[in-house]
Design a protein around this ligand. Structure first.
Ligand code: NG1
Length: 543
């Protein structure tokens, strides 16, 4: 499996279901979506695009520092059925229905209302035939169709510029089983599925060499597309949603290039996702949350580079991963190079603690070693103007103190935990001969997950009371380890649980976590469920 592989397009549903590698009954859902599409739009869909959510086992908030992470696609997903719309020559309906590339988007969930929108071509005054780019209004408020539009925007501007060809009008129907705002990447799944649906419907996924889209390209497009809906995310979610394979977690690296290597978990354990029921909306809290952390880790990297004598260009946004690379004169990072090997990286990460201490502002009285804006600008060695241009002009943040020290401490320690986690999985797969060996490895993996939770809570400060409580209950209920998954500040936890005890585990957690009181049956399995690593995004093409 590689980033060069094409995105799979199935024409046979049995092959598709077999490839999903999940235990859920997909047949009913896919049939229901198809029938409902026919009822609403009077024709069968031409394609269904599928993109799964993901759970991150370990490696939180380090993808945008360019360190590797270990997520897996989950069984729950977003499905988008679509078909080209016949536009009648004369129609009584409004103009948007006639515009090139107009979209009627409906959602099976009644809370998300029908949307009609059309992109506007930008042409040059001297040449109003060739389209230079496309404009598509994506409002700031949180709306479900923003994610559909984000995917579309990228397809329009990547595939319909500089030519005279226009996108076709589309009818689409969306359904999803990934809980929104839960840290299971419903947003990335929506954007990946939307990107895929618009590519497919416009004939950009045909397997001819010219139009073939690779998984790596889809990840990159989806990453760019998702930036239009609010946050400057790393690439973990999109890569997991596109590149995952059944039964393994994926070790995803971003530096020096995007790679994804399946890593088998020791047998005898399953993953249990549990929603804290605190809804976390990254886009709405980005100024004090996600985007602020992106800025803090980037500025931390520059300050660290400066104190370590590592050279950084004045306009460069060096990352914490690149700092350790340059510090050790890492070579082989040009096109296609793999960079330093895992053992070398582990060694450097074990030694960075002393250097990170240098991120505490000199003479500070701030209890958490936060730096004021003025202190931070000074520590960066840039002028105020340069600093604002490089670090503040593309993002809005809201803080009085910037905690460069704590953030870098989390990132480096978490990056090391990821490598230890992966090594343990690989060593166990290669050498374990008994169930006892597996259990011993699972306990160690659980410890790493617990340490990650502590680091997220104390240093990265992306946990919350509910997540702390839920992970604690999970450990007491028999999990090897439990931690928040995704951006945090609410959303889900992931627990590694002995396979034989899953039911008892879920029962105990549901009895002890106060927000679950009174939930049972389907309502309970909406918020706490076992899942298996599943396969990445794909498209089904109807005959
Ligand atoms: P969530 O909020 O779970 O989708 C976000 C980012 C990831 C990563 C994690 C933290 C997006 C789309 N995803 O995940 O890239 O940075 O936070 O590890 O913003």
């Amino acid at each position: 499996m590689s980033a060069q592989d094409p995105v799979p397009v199935f024409t046979n549903l049995n092959d598709l279901y077999a490839n999903l590698g999940t235990s859920l009954n997909h047949v009913e859902r896919w049939n229901n979506l198809t029938e409902e599409f026919e009822t609403r739009f009077g024709q069968r869909p031409t394609y269904i695009a599928r993109a799964p959510g993901r759970v991150n086992l370990i490696g939180e908030h380090i993808d945008y520092a360019l360190f590797g992470v270990l997520p897996a696609a989950i069984e729950r997903d977003i499905l988008i059925a679509c078909a080209p719309r016949e536009v009648p020559a004369v129609s009584p309906t409004d103009e948007e229905h006639h515009a090139p590339g107009s979209v009627i988007a409906e959602n099976l969930h009644p809370k998300y209302t029908r949307q009609v929108f059309a992109p506007a071509p930008k042409t040059n005054v001297d040449d109003d035939v060739h389209v230079e780019g496309w404009h598509l209004e994506i409002p700031q408020q949180l709306r479900w169709e923003n994610y559909v539009k984000a995917g579309y925007y990228g397809v329009l501007n990547e595939h319909f510029t500089g030519s005279t060809s226009h996108p076709i009008p589309v009818d689409m129907l969306v359904t999803g089983s990934v809980p929104a705002g839960s840290g299971l990447s419903s947003s990335a799944a929506m954007v990946v599925a939307s990107t895929l649906a618009f590519l497919a419907i416009n004939g950009k996924l045909d397997n001819s060499a010219e139009t073939k889209i690779t998984k790596g390209e889809l990840v990159k497009m989806s990453m760019e597309n998702e930036k239009r809906v609010g946050v400057n995310s790393g690439g973990m979610d999109q890569a997991a949603s596109v590149m995952s394979v059944p039964s393994s977690v994926l070790y995803i690296t971003f530096f020096p290039s995007l790679t994804a290597s399946p890593t088998p978990l020791p047998g005898g354990a399953v993953l249990v996702c549990a929603h804290s029921l605190k809804v976390s909306d990254k886009a709405l809290t980005a100024k004090q949350g996600y985007n602020l952390r992106v800025v803090e880790t980037l500025v931390g990297a520059r300050v660290l580079a400066r104190t370590l004598g590592v050279s950084v260009g004045p306009r460069e946004k060096i990352t914490l991963r690149e700092v350790v690379g340059r510090l050790t004169n890492e070579t082989d990072i040009g096109t296609g190079g793999a960079g330093m090997d895992v053992n070398a990286l582990m060694e450097v990460l074990k030694k960075v603690d002393d250097a990170v201490e240098k991120l505490k502002p000199v003479g500070t009285t701030h209890p958490e070693f936060g730096a004021t804006m003025e202190e931070m600008v000074e520590m960066s060695g840039l002028s105020k103007e340069e600093f604002h241009e490089v670090y503040m002009s593309w993002v809005e943040v809201d803080a009085t103190h910037f905690k460069l020290y704590k953030r870098a401490k989390h990132v480096y320690s978490e990056a090391l935990r990821v490598l230890k986690f992966r090594k343990l999985c690989l060593d166990t797969a290669a050498a374990a001969t008994s169930m006892d060996d597996n259990v011993a490895a699972l306990k160690e993996l659980g410890d790493l997950m617990n340490e990650s939770q502590t680091s997220c809570a104390d240093d990265f400060q992306c946990s919350c009371e509910e997540l702390d409580q839920l992970t604690q209950i999970a450990r007491e209920a028999g999990a090897y380890g439990s931690r928040l998954t995704g951006a945090g500040w609410g959303g889900c936890t992931v627990s590694l649980v002995p396979e034989s005890q899953v039911e008892a585990f879920i029962k105990q957690v549901s009895e002890r976590y106060p927000p679950y009181q009174g939930l049972e049956g389907e309502k309970l399995s909406e918020v706490i469920f076992a899942t298996r690593p599943s396969s990445g995004a794909c498209v089904y093409k109807f005959d």
